[in-house]
Design a protein around this ligand. Structure first.
Ligand SMILES: Cc1cc2nc3c(=O)[nH]c(=O)nc-3n(C[C@H](O)[C@H](O)[C@H](O)COP(=O)(O)O)c2cc1C
Length: 177
């Protein structure tokens, strides 16, 4: 089975997208996947400057851990009709060595339903820049899908399960061991 990774791209200690990521990670582990967990709040990356930032110690660790993953789920807040700056910075800091020949999926936490297409900017950039295979099944949750740190929205729980199944299906079909 291909190695996988789930990355939480919120820097907020009370993040809802981190809860989505955590649920996806649990489900993948329960299915026997070899799945890494990365939380950018615990692994701060410098802002990409196209140069010296690539030499940062955390940047090297994150890149190597993601480089060996054939499927990556990015969990991101929606900020200003886009993924978080931390998510975009992660992509800038890792580049084609991570994202080419890789399957990617998204779990988003937002304030309202109106921003549901916002993740497409990240998805398109991965697709066009690196030919990343994007799973056309996103998780999109708002505050009403949570009770504190618990995910209560039945549809969101179903969607997380669907996304994890698709990640396994895409990676095992495209990159059989
Ligand atoms: C700077 C900022 C910008 C935001 N922009 C949007 C937005 O464009 N659309 C939206 O639906 N929610 C927006 N929100 C609400 C967040 O998406 C929401 O709080 C979400 O839970 C954040 O993810 P997190 O809990 O994983 O950190 C914004 C919040 C902040 C702090």
């Amino acid at each position: 089975m291909s190695r996988l990774a789930v990355v939480s791209c919120s820097l907020n200690p009370n993040s809802r997208s981190r809860n989505l990521a955590s649920r996806a990670h649990e489900l993948l582990k329960a299915r026997g996947a070899d799945v890494d967990w990365l939380d950018l709040a615990d692994m701060p990356l410098p802002l990409c400057d196209g140069g010296a930032a690539y030499g940062d110690a955390n940047a090297k660790v994150v890149k190597e851990r993601l480089r060996v993953a054939r499927g990556i789920l990015l969990a991101t807040p929606i900020y200003n009709y886009d993924g978080s700056a931390a998510a975009k910075n992660l992509i800038e800091m890792t580049g084609r060595d991570v994202w080419t020949d890789t399957v990617a999926g998204f779990l988003c936490a937002a304030g309202g339903q109106g921003s549901y297409m916002s993740v497409m900017a990240l998805a398109s950039s991965l697709m066009l820049d690196f030919r990343t295979i994007i799973i056309p099944r996103f998780v999109y949750a708002t505050g009403k899908d949570f009770d504190g740190g618990t995910i209560t929205g039945a549809d969101v729980l179903d969607r997380i399960e669907g996304l994890t199944k698709e990640l396994l299906r895409f990676t095992s079909g495209l990159y059989p061991a």
